[in-house]
Write a protein that binds this ligand. Sequence first.
Ligand code: ATP
Length: 617
Amino acid sequence: MEEKHEDSSFSGLDDDSGSNVDPDGGLSVMSGCFFLDHVGEVLLSRNQDGLSWKCLDSSDCEGTTCLGIRNSENFKTEIKFSDIYAVEFANYGLVHSSKLGLGHAKECFRERLLNTQEMYRFTVHGYQCSPKEPCLWKLAAFTFGHMNLQTCQSWLDQLNYSLIKEVERPRNLLVFVHPKSGKGTGTKIWETVSMIFIRAKVNTKVIVTERAGHAFDVMASIQNKELHSYDGIIAVGGDGFFNEVLNGYLLSRLEVPLPPSPSDSSNYVQSRGSSSVPESGDAVHETDQKEHSPLLPDSVQEVVNCRAFNGSSEGIEDPDHPFSGERPRFGLIPAGSTDAIVICTTGARDPITSALHIILGRKLFLDAMQVVRWKTASTSTIEPYIRYAASFAGYGFYGDVISESEKYRWMGPKRYDYVGTKVFLKHRSYEAEVMFEESEPENAKASPHTRSKTWPFRNTTRSEKILCRAKCSICNCKAEDGNIMRTTPNSWLEKARWCRTRGRFLSIGAAVMSNRNERAPDGLVVDAHLSDGFLHLILIKDCSRPKYLWHLTELAKKGGEPLNFEFVEYHKTRAFTFTSIGEESVWNLDGEIFEAHHLSAQVLRGLIPLFASGPEV
Ligand SMILES: Nc1ncnc2c1ncn2[C@@H]1O[C@H](COP(=O)(O)OP(=O)(O)OP(=O)(O)O)[C@@H](O)[C@H]1O
């Protein structure tokens, strides 16, 4: 692994008289003179938040060379403890003076060579943001040198003490590596980042999977006692692999009331006439019908709340519940074909950035979608079968792409482009009935009624988009009806309004997050949030190929408006149900195939604690 700043270090004076430890035990402010490798003499200070240094020789600093040529690139003068992942003693060795003058003037070069000397050293390991891509974190190391061993040792001890106080950092991790993920580089990627974990003294138990389902089986069978001995569960792989690890954990542990089945939800929809006005001359809308209901009937509510996985309807407040304690945090190191979850949660598709988010103990909560299949085929008996998705569930186009692409796994990530084109050309639509809880009536009303007269295909309604970012205020605001982890999830159903829409669809998609990826730079829904407790339901009604291509082109470009077409129905919702009619496609859950004739889904707000801080968009 390339460590760009490994050559920056500090070296010290030949006595420690500059060190100044305050009388309260040296825990707040401390300062001393050192040599910073490749920079020169500095006054190093430690305060409660971190380290900072000031050059004592102005010709070495502020990026100015002796020829007056400015070179301020990567010139850092402070680092917070929260951004330091390790400090190490670096033995006795060479400390170099500023590299800035070396290439520019012979006399400077000669003088600086004289300044290169051997001393005791310690290295502070952290990261720097890439100037062009702030979400991309590069390793940075600063080596400080001093002639006195004890001075170095004492600074090292103090720094280690400060790092111990950094809470929420993992010490023990269970790591699953999918060796064949993406381009088959899962193992190589883990080998590349594992040395960062070693340096940070994070213990890892590594399981390299031997087959599909291996990680699921381990997570499903691991005893809770052993599970709780880990501070986190890490997946090195793609979105599908993360989904497998997550389901292995959740399916045997999480007990929450299920979302209403399609027949339950059809009871909620009270006919008040169609609210979806068919467009004249557009045959697609002839079957569209959307109805609204006020409050749920009490009897239905009871049925819903009593039906729960593993027979429990207690939610997860119960202290004896295996899920009610501290949940392990999950981490994902990207090695897959798409890696949308990593891109949405760290802002970069980079194994080192993800490893640093994990080691530094960054934390956010991700919404998850609980998907229940009630019936696999129209002739099957009702048998609830649960799955969780962290990013996306899609039917029609998305399902056909995933099932077809299984045949072309040998092509690697390129299979999605090839199969995507094939499926697009087939242009298949599927008849279905979808019911959804209407969370934002004003949002739903905006769709088919406010069409542009000038653009035949477009609905020109636009609203201000608030993007999800690190420390997102929308994700951090407390839900009116409480977070899923504190109340039963169906409490909101009491106030729910349900809508029904039926027709032929090219695709049906439900996004938990924006799903930004390299093929869709803004994702499916640019302003989707990681932890706001909403799903984004996108129904692409049957339309001509050129119109569909237009939608896909908008998806593929930055700043596109893929939802701004009249054949696209978009709803922000907390739950929906689906029933297929006639010929069927399959569902695609986080990239994995899921067959369902009757299906329902609900969002579980903030269900997944994740080692990430959100994208700095
Ligand atoms: N050792 C293995 N051999 C074969 N398949 C495996 C192995 N380990 C895990 N898998 C399966 O591979 C699937 C895809 O993994 P992953 O998401 O890492 O790859 P990907 O290339 O990004 O694929 P996708 O685009 O389908 O998500 C996982 O769902 C998992 O079940």
